[in-house]
Design a protein around this ligand. Structure first.
Ligand SMILES: CC(=O)N[C@@H](CCC[C@H](N)C(=O)O)C(=O)O
Length: 383
C-alpha cells in the first residue's frame, strides 16, 4: 500500500469525498482505521482518546529509540459548498476539504505505512487529529493526557498545504510561522419595532454595522503599523424581514496576531469599542472570546534550522523562506508544550484555502511523503 503515486491519489480522493465537520469525523476515522489495519502490525499500537473518539493515535516502536517523534495530521473539513464538478468531489452537501486536510491525512498515512514496513530507529507517534478548524482538538487531546505513557512525544511535526506555492517547493521559517487566533462572538441586543417607527426601537443592525466598521480602526489606528493584526467577522445574522427592525444581531469573527501580546491588545480595544457602541446606540453588546488552542505556531530554532539544512541539501525540493502567515492552527498549542516545527507544502491551487474552488495539485502528495520520510530518517540519525 502507498508504494505508487496512484495509491496516494486514490486515498486522497476517497477522503475528499467524505469531508466531515469538527468532532463529527466518524466516517473519516473509520476509513483511516481500515487502512491502518491493513498495514503490518508488528511494531504498531493503535489507540484513541476517550474524550475525542474520532482521534487515532498510532505508535511505531523504534529499533533503538533515543526519542519519540510525533507527527500530526488534521481530519476535519469546512462548511463550504464545493464548486468543482470533478468526479471525486465532496459527497457531503455543504461540507468540503477546503483546507487540504485530505492531503495532510493521505501523506501521514503513507509515512506511517512506510515506517510500518521499515522499522524506524526512534519511536514514532502518528496523531490523526479531529477538530482543527474549530473546537481545538489538539488542545483537548493534550489535556486528556493523550501524549503520555507509551505515547509520550519528545518533538512534534506537521505540515500544511499552501495554495500559492508551486508543487516541489517547501516553505518554512524559524520562529513564528502562523499567527495566534481568537474566536470572537458578539451578541447585540436592542428593541425591535416597525420599520416606519425607528424612534421607538433600538436598531441592532445599525449598531452592529457601526461596530464592524469601528473595529477595523483597531488595525488602522491602535496597533503598531510595523506589526500585523487581523480582525475578520465572517458571519453576521440579524433580522427576518425588511420592514421589522431587528432586536438581536449575532456576529462571529476571528482575531489574529503574530504574538500573544498583539491578540490581547486587539481584544482589549474591541471590548472598549463594544462598550462605546452599547452606550451610543442604547443597546447591549455582549462580547465573548475563545482562544482554545490556537496559539501562534512557533517553530523551534535548532530543529527548524536542521530541517531547512535538510531541505537545502535535497535536490528533489526547493526551499522557500516564507513570511509569517495570518492563518491559525491549534498545532500552535502542541508546539507551546512540545518542541517541533510545522512547514508549508506547495500545492499550487487556482483558488485559495477556505474557498469553494480550492483544488490542490495531487502531484504534491509524493513530494510531501518523500519530504517527511526523508526528514524523519535524517532526524533519527541526529543525536
Ligand atoms: C490553516 C487554517 O486555515 N486554520 C484555521 C484555523 C481556525 C482558527 C479558529 N477557528 C479561528 O477562526 O480563530 C484558520 O482560520 O486560520
Amino acid at each position: 500500500m502507498f508504494n505508487k503515486k496512484e495509491d496516494l491519489i486514490q486515498v486522497r480522493r476517497h477522503l475528499h469525498q467524505i469531508p466531515e465537520l469538527a468532532l463529527q469525523e466518524q466516517e473519516t476515522a473509520s476509513y483511516l482505521r481500515q487502512l491502518i489495519a491493513q498495514l503490518p502490525q508488528d511494531y504498531l499500537i493503535v489507540e484513541t482518546v476517550p474524550k475525542l473518539p474520532t482521534a487515532i493515535l498510532v505508535r511505531v516502536q523504534g529499533i533503538k529509540p533515543k526519542r519519540t517523534i510525533g507527527y500530526r495530521a488534521d481530519m476535519d473539513a469546512l462548511p463550504v459548498q464545493e464548486s468543482s464538478s470533478c468526479q471525486y468531489g465532496s459527497q457531503h452537501a455543504g461540507v468540503m476539504h477546503a483546507c487540504g486536510h485530505d492531503f495532510h491525512l493521505t501523506i501521514a498515512l503513507a509515512v506511517l505505512a512506510y515506517f510500518a514496513q521499515h522499522q524506524p530507529v526512534d519511536n514514532l507517534v502518528f496523531f490523526f487529529q479531529p477538530a482543527e478548524e474549530s473546537q481545538s482538538g489538539a488542545k483537548i487531546a493534550y489535556q486528556e493526557q493523550a501524549f503520555t505513557g507509551a505515547f509520550q512525544v519528545d518533538e512534534f511535526y506537521a505540515l500544511h498545504v499552501k495554495d500559492d506555492l508551486p508543487v516541489g517547493k517547501i516553505g518554512c521559517r524559524v520562529g513564528t510561522l502562523f499567527a495566534g487566533t481568537t474566536e470572537v462572538n458578539v451578541d447585540v441586543c436592542g428593541v425591535g419595532g416597525h420599520a416606519a417607527a425607528p424612534q421607538r426601537a433600538r436598531d441592532v443592525i445599525v449598531a452592529a454595522a457601526q461596530f464592524v466598521t469601528q473595529v477595523q480602526t483597531i488595525i488602522a489606528r491602535s496597533i503598531d503599523p510595523l506589526a500585523s493584526g487581523v480582525i475578520t467577522f465572517g458571519k453576521l445574522n440579524a433580522g427576518s424581514i425588511r420592514n421589522v427592525i431587528a432586536d438581536h444581531a449575532r456576529l462571529e469573527g476571528t482575531i489574529r496576531g503574530l504574538d500573544q501580546a498583539m491578540i490581547e491588545q486587539i481584544k482589549q480595544r474591541l471590548q472598549e469599542i463594544a462598550n462605546g457602541v452599547a452606550n451610543s446606540f442604547q443597546v447591549k453588546v455582549d462580547v465573548k472570546f475563545n482562544q482554545g488552542g490556537y496559539l501562534p505556531v512557533v517553530n523551534q530554532v535548532e530543529i527548524t534550522t536542521s530541517f531547512i539544512d535538510y531541505l537545502q541539501q535535497n535536490p528533489q525540493v526547493s526551499f522557500v523562506q516564507t513570511a509569517p502567515a495570518m492563518t491559525g492552527e491549534d498545532f500552535g498549542y502542541l508546539l507551546s508544550k512540545i518542541p517541533g516545527m510545522m512547514f508549508w507544502l506547495g500545492v499550487q491551487s487556482p483558488s485559495g484555502l477556505h474557498t469553494a474552488g480550492f483544488e490542490p495539485n495531487e502531484a504534491a502528495l509524493t513530494v510531501g511523503v518523500k519530504t517527511v520520510i526523508g526528514w524523519l530518517k535524517q532526524r533519527m540519525e541526529e543525536k
